[in-house]
Design a protein around this ligand. Structure first.
Ligand code: PNS
Length: 165
């Protein structure tokens, strides 16, 4: 009998996806059979990109990985995770600064459903200093972001920055 696939949901705002996110998903595939990169409509951040734009960038970047899908979700994360029949929420942890926010979300999600576990992977040291926010800031001010985001994201970001002017 074939074993059930082990699925994780990797949620975030992904405004936009960075190479730190991509690295985390690739490492997550050492543990999980399938990862759903779930792009949130409801996030405390005010995104630069629309939900559809963020999802499109995720789907394009992970196109070579059939075990990874990119999808939008709205409402509570835990409800979405249940609909995916996933056992785990995957999150990255960069440094101590991330801890409190991540800890709060993990405990709240655990309170909402004790059968779904949050699994943290430490971000690879190469990506410890980057964040979507910092990358958008640098791009807006004309700095070079080559190598920090997937190529398709870099193009979209440059386009967006040009449109903003
Ligand atoms: O990496 P981010 O952008 O900080 O991700 C935050 C995200 C999207 C995971 C969080 O805001 C979220 O889960 N939003 C969906 C609504 C929800 O379930 N909120 C309660 C979380 S405990």
């Amino acid at each position: 009998m074939e074993k059930d696939k082990l699925t994780a949901v990797y949620p975030g705002t992904f405004d936009p996806l960075t190479n730190g996110h991509v690295s985390l998903v690739k490492r997550g595939l050492d543990i999980f059979d399938e990862i759903v990169v779930a792009v949130a409509l409801h996030s405390p951040k005010k995104p630069l990109f629309s939900l559809q734009e963020r999802v499109d960038m995720v789907q394009q970047a992970f196109d070579p990985f059939p075990q990874v899908t990119g999808e939008p979700f709205e409402g509570l994360l835990i409800d979405y995770v249940r609909t995916k029949k996933a056992k785990a929420i995957l999150r990255g942890m960069r440094a101590v600064a991330d801890f409190e926010y991540e800890f709060q979300m993990a405990l709240m999600n655990r309170r909402l459903d004790r059968n779904i576990q949050t699994i943290f992977l430490m971000t690879d040291y190469k990506w410890l200093y980057i964040s979507s926010t910092l990358i958008k800031d640098v791009a807006r001010l004309g700095g070079d972001i080559t190598g920090l985001v997937p190529q398709n994201v870099q193009l979209e970001l440059l386009k967006k920055c040009r449109d903003e002017v």
